[in-house]
Design a protein around this ligand. Structure first.
Ligand code: TNX
Length: 506
């Protein structure tokens, strides 16, 4: 066949495959020698000679203390039609080992004549399983060929997160579960839910039912309203925990509280004006009446008590952004002390560094130019979300419709996000990409903003800075497209990854 015909055939396959879940190359019966394409890039990976061929069934040998890793492995195998059978020739073992060098989240994965996964915790084994899933194809095949390899892997940062705004526009439990599954695939481990804002209050608080009756019924214009019951949130917490993810709840106080003020007018100073539900795009106009501490602080305490009873996360986000008020610093100190008394640790947006808080209180850095040096000096841990890298409500490309560009005119393309270097921030515990939803009103739009950029965020947080490169990421991530397809992700067809073939809408 001439080159011309080949190109034509490839073109036809491409067209035939639009909307289906495999790239054209996956049709080739005789694929070239397998290569390990892993995102995030492991700390060390030694390819060995040859391949391991898997077909039919495998024998499982799993440490009883690793139920989550076992479930993830069994799900992955059954999705590929691989049965488990004690008489099978190839064994997959998941062993807990006492090896301090692996830390809480590290793991070792060896593909030789058998497949051996080891770690010092269930979560470490869970990450080993995620790496194994990436070594395997995404789709059912008669036989699987795995590259022989030895991987030793530990994350650079312990906080690898996504901040998701479910307040401006609501996202369903079902969508959050899907997002958790996809995050787990890339070894992300924090899902920060921005549960309250001016446009909506999304968490049931039993002592204040109007918060969801009234505050849950509004949304940003064009967006979705709704709220989560406490039972739904407890379910989500468990779902995430089983996948190695901690849900960090945020109740944004004392500003960004119009939904609360509209629900309980006594929380406002002014009982005459501006107490209606809000659906606009402004920020920084609402505040709890800090001049009425006898009203406001019992409210804050009760809300926090109910929040803590749902979410076991050590860190509890109390917001604190975009508010100018003479009593603001006092609020921060009091709220942080309250969380501390309850046995947890407060995290606030960066502005709260003006408060008087214990040095273990975390700040989330979001304005690239914000002077956070004094807080670092005091030892406050930072979660890094500088908007010009991590605000993925900004475009995948300059001028993308329905995206913001207030922080960076050119948007936040994949390469930009990838180029972030956390190392100058001495007290950084990790990073978080942030998806605000003023302009994101559907699951498809959320997927488009999240993927593939969230995979790049995962690599920035997990992989050693000196070893990763955008070129390498592009190759490895490009190869994982069938996995995203198999998970039903409606990702942005990123040209850098070669995903921008005709026929896909943005
Ligand atoms: C800033 S980041 C905000 C949010 C907006 C976002 C839009 C932060 C702490 N506050 O309230 O949704 O910009 O990009």
């Amino acid at each position: 066949m001439s080159i011309h015909h080949n190109v034509l055939l490839l073109g036809l396959l491409t067209i035939a495959c639009v909307g289906c879940s495999q790239s054209p190359t996956a049709f080739a019966a005789d694929t070239p020698a397998t290569v390990a394409h892993l995102v995030p890039l492991p700390q060390s990976m030694q390819p060995q000679q040859g391949e391991l061929h898997l077909s039919g069934a495998v024998k499982l040998d799993v440490d009883a203390a690793a139920p989550n890793a076992r479930r993830a492995l069994e799900e992955a195998l059954s999705g590929l039609g691989v049965a488990t059978d004690d008489s099978a020739k190839t064994q997959i073992s998941l062993q807990l080992v006492d090896d301090a060098s692996l830390g809480e989240e590290g793991y070792r994965l060896v593909v030789g004549d058998d497949i051996r996964l080891s770690a010092s915790s269930d979560v470490g084994l869970l990450y080993a399983v995620q790496s194994l899933r990436q070594l395997l194809p995404a789709q059912l095949q008669p036989e699987y060929r795995l590259p022989r390899v030895e991987i030793n892997d530990v994350p650079a940062y312990g906080w690898r997160g996504l901040s998701l705004d479910v307040a401006r526009s609501f996202l369903s439990v079902d969508y959050l579960e899907k997002t958790i599954d996809r995050m787990a695939f890339f070894k992300l481990n924090r899902l920060h839910l921005h549960l309250t804002d001016d446009q909506g209050w999304r968490i049931e608080i039993k002592a204040y039912p109007k918060l969801t009756e009234i505050g849950g019924a509004s949304a940003v214009e064009g967006g979705r309203s709704g709220f989560y019951t406490q039972d739904e949130l407890k379910h989500l917490v468990a779902y995430a925990q089983a996948r190695g993810i901690t849900i960090v709840p945020e109740v944004d106080l004392p500003g960004h509280t119009q939904a609360a003020l509209a629900s309980y007018n006594e929380l406002a100073c002014d009982d005459v004006t501006n107490l209606a539900p809000y659906s606009g795009l402004e920020v920084g106009f609402s505040v709890l009446c800090l001049e009425k501490p006898d009203v406001v602080y019992p409210f804050v305490r009760t809300v926090l008590e109910e929040v803590l009873a749902i979410f076991p996360s050590q860190e509890i986000h109390v917001g604190g952004d975009e508010i100018k008020h003479p009593l603001y610093a006092d609020f921060v100190s009091r709220a942080a002390a309250m969380v501390d008394e309850m046995g947890r640790t407060a995290i606030f947006w960066e502005e709260a560094s003006v408060g008087d808080t214990k040095p273990n209180v975390l700040f989330q850095f979001w304005n690239d130019g914000y002077d956070i040096a004094a807080a670092v000096e005091e030892g406050h841990p930072l979660v890094l979300s500088p908007c010009s890298y991590f605000y993925i409500d900004h475009g995948n490309y300059a001028g993308q419709p329905q995206t913001y560009d207030w922080c960076r005119k050119e948007g936040v393309p994949l390469a930009r996000l990838y180029s972030f270097d956390p190392s100058p921030f001495k007290t950084a515990v990790g990073i978080e990409a942030a998806l605000w939803t003023e302009l994101v009103h559907t699951d498809a739009a959320a997927d488009n903003r999240l993927w593939p950029r969230l995979a790049a965020a995962a690599e920035v947080a997990w992989s050693p800075g000196g070893k990763r490169s955008y070129e390498g990421f592009v190759q490895r991530m490009g190869a994982l497209r069938p996995h995203l397809d198999a998970m039903g992700v409606q990702y942005h067809p990123e040209p850098d990854l070669g995903w921008d073939e005709a026929g896909r809408e943005d």
